[in-house]
Design a protein around this ligand. Structure first.
Ligand SMILES: Cc1cc2nc3c(=O)[nH]c(=O)nc-3n(C[C@H](O)[C@H](O)[C@H](O)COP(=O)(O)OP(=O)(O)OC[C@H]3O[C@@H](n4cnc5c(N)ncnc54)[C@H](O)[C@@H]3O)c2cc1C
Length: 345
């Protein structure tokens, strides 16, 4: 295990942006994780846990602490239970589960990053979320210096949230392994409108898991939402803003600001008196259409919700575009947009 100094973080992120880490180390075992925590503690360094770097925006100044890159490997399967080490590639796990007829994560195809990153923001797409299949998360508890196996309830999952990325326990746990309870001999999940539409067009009535995976990958590719080398829109962190949940009482004002009848404001029910609004719709109606550009930072030409590095963008440029969008959406609609990627500084 080698503690290196002044390691550029940009190549470890899908934005391809970011200054150096003061210290950088890769963990391939659980004892490496413990050693890294001790190293940081002894030197009074802040510690940042890095997976696949697909949901982070690293500042231009980098990180003046220890970056712990999770690279633990290994997958075990027992019937429909899949247990994978945190450093395993997420999409490779989805691909192998689909190939072996295990259902439950097929709609999460094409999401970049590691297994360990999935419980952190309760990864979700096309009608599935990992919170529905995660059975346990094994993690090092930095507060007690003990390894714990957290069951699903203890992870505190909700939309793009978990105990790992919010509240008093944020950053307390370092995930080393995640166990997913999948299902055998069940139909693939096709609940999401885009997917239903895709299969209707293809004339496919009961798609199998592999067909759902291919459909999701195809839809994602069209939106530039898979990380493909040489794709002009590849440098992003996926959707940059969460879909905001607002009081239903705000709808008349939002409709008026968008110059539309209230019935035409898209929304999904989100609990008593609240609705979830598509952030992409808010951006578009605030003037941030596909291709909107500010320096080398831009709204993707394929997907309104993805902010992209068009080549050579700095973190400051992405942050400036983020601020411009947040300010305008707040002024126009009275809605606060929360970024999805983690700011590392
Ligand atoms: C093109 C593209 C499409 C995307 N599409 C989706 C999508 O459809 N749905 C979705 O939910 N997300 C999506 N994302 C976001 C991202 O891929 C996921 O959030 C992913 O799970 C992040 O995993 P990671 O390993 O890259 O984490 P990182 O980006 O490295 O880290 C993200 C956060 O998780 C923490 N973390 C990572 N690993 C660990 C660990 N082992 N222990 C403790 N904390 C850890 C980090 O400290 C950080 O706070 C997309 C991103 C891109 C670039």
């Amino acid at each position: 295990m080698e503690f290196r100094q002044h390691v550029s973080l940009a190549p470890f992120t899908t934005f391809e942006i970011g200054g150096p880490a003061r210290w950088f180390v890769e963990a391939t075992t659980e004892s490496d994780i413990e050693a890294a925590v001790d190293f940081a503690k002894e030197r009074k360094l802040r510690l940042f846990v890095l997976g696949g770097g697909s949901n982070v925006l690293v500042s231009d100044a980098g990180f003046d602490g220890l970056v712990l890159h999770i690279a633990l490997r290994g997958i075990e399967r027992s019937a429909a239970i899949l247990s994978a080490a945190a450093g395993e590639d997420w999409d490779a796990l989805v691909s192998s589960s689909v190939a072996t007829d295990l259902a439950g994560i097929e709609c999460l195809s094409g999401i970049p990053g590691t297994v360990g990153g999935t419980p952190v923001q309760n990864v979700g797409a096309y009608g599935q979320e990992v919170s529905r299949t995660i059975r346990t998360v094994r993690a090092f508890d930095r507060a007690t210096r003990k390894w714990v196996d957290l069951n699903n309830v203890a992870c505190g999952f909700s939309y793009r949230r978990s105990r790992f990325n919010q509240g008093p326990d944020r950053d307390r746990f370092i995930v080393s392994r995640v166990t997913y309870a999948l299902a055998q001999n069940v139909p693939a999940s096709v609940t999401y409108a885009d997917l239903k539409h895709y299969f209707k067009n293809q004339g496919v009535a009961d798609p199998c898991l592999q067909q759902v995976r291919e459909a999701v990958l195809s839809i994602r590719l069209g939106k530039g939402m898979v990380v493909t080398p040489d794709h002009p829109e590849r440098r992003s962190a996926g959707s940059f803003f969460k879909n905001p949940v607002v009081s239903a009482a705000k709808l008349p004002h939002i409709a008026e600001a968008a110059k539309l009848p209230e019935a035409e404001v898209p929304r999904y029910p989100a609990g008593a008196e609240e609705v979830k609004l598509p952030a992409a719709w808010l951006l578009e109606h605030a003037g941030f259409v596909k291709g909107y550009r500010q320096g080398a930072a831009a709204v993707s030409t394929r997907h309104t919700l993805a902010l992209t590095n068009q080549g050579g963008a700095t973190a400051a440029e992405i942050a400036a575009l983020r601020d411009t969008i947040q300010t305008r959406v707040r002024e126009l609609f009275g809605v606060a947009l929360e970024p999805e990627p983690v700011w590392v500084a």
